[in-house]
Write a protein that binds this ligand. Structure first.
Ligand code: QUE
Length: 353
């Protein structure tokens, strides 16, 4: 029998969830989302479980995202398996958001896409020098889901929109600056931190303070003013125009990066964050994202993006349309439109009490 892709067990008074799909940087499958959800539900009202600790097995990564090969294959057919994945994953994201117990995510490595959806709703989010955070989806014609509409739109100075449109990778100090991480601990001390939390989960806050190190200066701070100015634009076209009008090297870099992303999903992400900012509940945001996911997964840009970046690795996706000017608001309206009532996303029934 092959090893389970998620390990769940109770140690002392701590529920432990360990991602265990190292060959794919712990990218999430539908079954992994189901297994994590089942463990969280079992522990939710169990007085023997004080706290939940979420980490990954082995050396590399925390979680690189989702099983996008499967999503692209499904999207080329009827898309049913892809919708099932998003529905399950977003229910899990929402369960973590609402979870009544302390949750700790150890982001000791790559934390992208689906990995952000798992860690960001946790109460404590530990970064290390190995943490690399990104929402890279516009690079494969997908969109920054798993709550991106909620979290990215609530970051200061439009930095979340910058993360969404460029797929920029940031390190621990920037994660602390943006509230993505609550704590910084050296990777070498993570094992001791976890053991200490398992030994005395009631002391988690004190322990995190004791293990805390200085992440250093956040490199992003020097670009924060320019991001605020440029990414506060009224639409993606205005942002690109502002970057063109700037004479900074940084602006030229952002322009080059954005020119490589899917024009359609950049515009999807822009609208998603504007709507996400207005959402009154996380569940409302997730229902919006599910509508988007259900449509986008069957579109040309996603199939082509996965082909270019993941399958053939030529890194030259041919986007359709090829420019943001050609992406019509009618095309966006279609992507964001409500689904038939019986197909809309809903939270886990266990949470409606
Ligand atoms: C955008 C994404 C993903 C990505 C790259 C993108 C994603 C994802 C992976 C990934 C990376 C390494 C692996 C793996 C998957 O890459 O979601 O199995 O070994 O899972 O530009 O959304």
């Amino acid at each position: 029998m092959s090893e389970p892709e998620v390990l769940t067990r109770v140690e002392g008074r701590v529920g432990r969830i360990t991602l265990n799909r190292p060959q794919a940087l712990h990218a999430l499958t539908t079954q992994m989302c189901r297994d994590i959800t089942a463990a969280l539900l079992a522990w939710k009202d169990d007085p023997a479980v004080e706290l939940v600790l979420l980490d990954h097995a082995g050396e590399r990564g925390f979680c690189a995202g989702g099983d996008i090969r499967m999503l692209a294959e499904s999207g080329q057919g009827d898309g049913a398996a892809a919708r099932e994945f998003f529905h399950t994953e977003y229910r899990l994201n929402h369960l973590l958001f609402c979870y009544p117990k302390h949750t700790v995510a150890i982001m000791d490595g790559v934390t992208m896409g689906g990995g952000v959806g798992l860690s960001r709703p946790c109460r404590f989010r530990v970064a290390t020098e190995r943490t690399t955070f990104a929402m890279p989806e516009t690079g494969i014609g997908l969109f920054p889901d798993v709550g991106g509409g909620w979290y990215l739109s609530r970051m200061p100075d439009h930095i979340g929109l910058w993360l969404a449109l460029t797929g920029a990778r940031i390190k621990a100090a920037d994660c602390e600056l943006l509230g993505i991480a609550t704590d910084y601990v050296q990777s070498a001390k993570v094992a001791a931190l976890k053991a200490a939390i398992v030994a005395d989960p009631k002391k988690v806050e004190t322990l995190l303070t004791e293990f805390e190190d200085d992440a250093g200066r956040p490199p992003l701070a020097q670009h924060q003013d320019e991001i605020a100015k440029v990414f506060g634009g009224d639409n993606v076209e205005a942002i690109l125009a502002a970057l063109k009008a700037s004479n900074s090297d940084w602006a030229a870099d952002q322009l080059r990066v954005m020119a490589s992303k899917s024009p359609q999903t950049m515009k999807v992400a822009f609208r998603q964050l504007k709507l996400g900012a207005l959402a009154e509940t996380f569940a409302e945001n997730m229902a919006m994202e599910y509508r988007i996911g259900a449509r986008v997964v069957q579109k040309h840009d996603f199939i082509e993006g996965v082909r270019a970046v993941i399958v053939d690795k030529d890194n030259t996706p041919r986007w359709k349309p090829a420019s943001v000017e050609e992406v019509t608001s009618a095309a966006l309206d279609e992507i964001f439109a409500p689904l038939p009532a019986d197909q809309e996303w809903t939270p886990l029934p266990e949470l409606s009490a």
